[in-house]
Design a protein around this ligand. Structure first.
Ligand SMILES: Cc1ncc(COP(=O)(O)O)c(C=O)c1O
Length: 367
């Protein structure tokens, strides 16, 4: 049996008719840039996140970069973030000229350790970016409390956690600003690149709207130096159709995760994800930890299973960040997890037999 890491073919069949109609309408009207569908989707997704404003942009990376720009982060400032994340979380800080300050994660959730965040705060700290890694929210109560004390802006990197909740509240409404990616593999994925900034702050909303569209207030009235970073109307049509089904698809991923938990429970060498009682997980990624990860990875691939590593090198040890002078051992939990973590196949329409095959293969390899 072949089990791909991800397969959205069935998902496409479910939304096909709806998006065919929506796209035809966009094409016939030629409303490609900031068309009505894009504006509607901004409102719908903000509402879904229990927030007031949504600003569609062209990627999750730009959502983060424009958010930092909105609050005036720049050279001389520091932004704290976990080292165990996708590099985009850090790159957006670098784009502003500010310095990313990497801290460690909690071993249980793989999310930023609130104590390490607190210890890293200096007079230069302008913002913190907790990442809701793999689909489970970070420990937001503690992070927000420490940030409020010091006037630090909290920007959620929610690229992997559309629909997840923390103490009953949706991701996207837990800090000051939240950033989503609609990269195709995300829980809510476009048919290309896309992203969104979500906030309750009217000032951030106004500025982000201008920043993503050449800094204009009106057609050719440019009040700040902005960028070209808009969400395509075509992508909004796809995303709107998927948003209606997001909760159902997240539920399906949770059911598959339960199956994984059951089938892997007796394997001492496999550490399955832990879900904190005060949160829900959306399992955008189902990542386990195993000893001899690289050997297991190769053996799984030989058995026809799509497996990946998110992420093999923590960002503080990436060559791209060599200038910051971090060395091995500086951020130990992130370094340890990056050597053990292994992402197994996970997508809403994955079949029971596929989960069984993956778990059977893992069992054979490990025993
Ligand atoms: C945690 C995290 N942050 C940021 C991004 C950047 O999003 P995008 O690829 O849409 O630029 C991604 C995904 O790619 C991500 O997983």
């Amino acid at each position: 049996m072949e089990v791909p890491f991800i397969d959205f073919r069935e998902q496409y069949q479910i939304i096909k008719e709806e998006i065919d109609v929506g796209l035809k309408s966009v094409f016939e009207r030629g409303a490609f840039i900031l068309g009505q569908e894009e504006k509607d989707f901004e409102l719908d997704f903000a509402k879904y996140c229990d927030a007031s404003y949504g600003i569609g942009v062209n990627s999750g990376t730009d959502a983060l970069y424009l958010s930092l720009s909105c609050i005036g982060v720049g050279p001389g400032d520091e932004v704290i973030l976990p080292s165990f994340t996708f590099i985009a979380t850090a790159l957006c800080v670098s784009y502003t000229g500010a310095t990313p300050v990497f801290v460690d994660i909690e071993e249980e959730t793989y999310n930023i350790d609130p104590e390490k965040f607190k210890e890293a705060i200096t007079d230069k700290t302008k913002a913190v970016i907790p990442v809701h890694l793999y689909g489970q929210p970070a420990n937001m109560n503690e992070i927000v409390a420490s940030a409020r004390d010091k006037n630090i802006t909290v920007i959620e990197d929610a690229a992997q956690a559309h629909g997840a909740t923390y103490n009953g509240k949706k991701v996207g409404s837990l800090g000051d600003i939240a950033c989503f990616s609609f990269y195709p593999t995300k829980s809510l994925g476009a048919f290309g690149d896309g992203g969104m900034i979500i906030t309750n702050n009217a000032e951030v909303n106004d500025k982000a709207f201008m920043l993503r569209d050449y800094g204009r207030k009106d057609s050719y009235d440019h009040v700040i130096k902005g960028f070209n970073s808009r969400l395509d109307t075509v992508q909004a049509v796809v995303l709107a159709a998927k948003l209606k089904r997001l909760d159902d698809w997240n539920k399906k991923c949770n059911e598959l995760a339960l199956m994984y938990f059951d089938l892997l429970e007796d394997l001492d060498d496999v550490f399955s994800p832990r879900i904190k009682a005060d949160r829900t997980h959306v399992f955008q990624t189902f990542a386990v930890r195993v000893k001899n990860r690289d050997k297991v990875l190769e053996a799984m691939k030989k058995k026809g299973i799509g497996v990946l590593v998110h992420y093999p090198i923590p960002v503080h040890l990436q060559v791209a960040y060599a200038e910051l002078g971090y060395k091995k051992g500086d951020i130990p939990v992130s370094e340890k997890i990056s050597g053990e973590i292994l992402s197994l196949p996970m997508f809403p329409h994955m079949k029971k037999e596929q989960v069984e095959y993956v778990c059977g293969a893992l069992r054979e390899i490990l025993i």
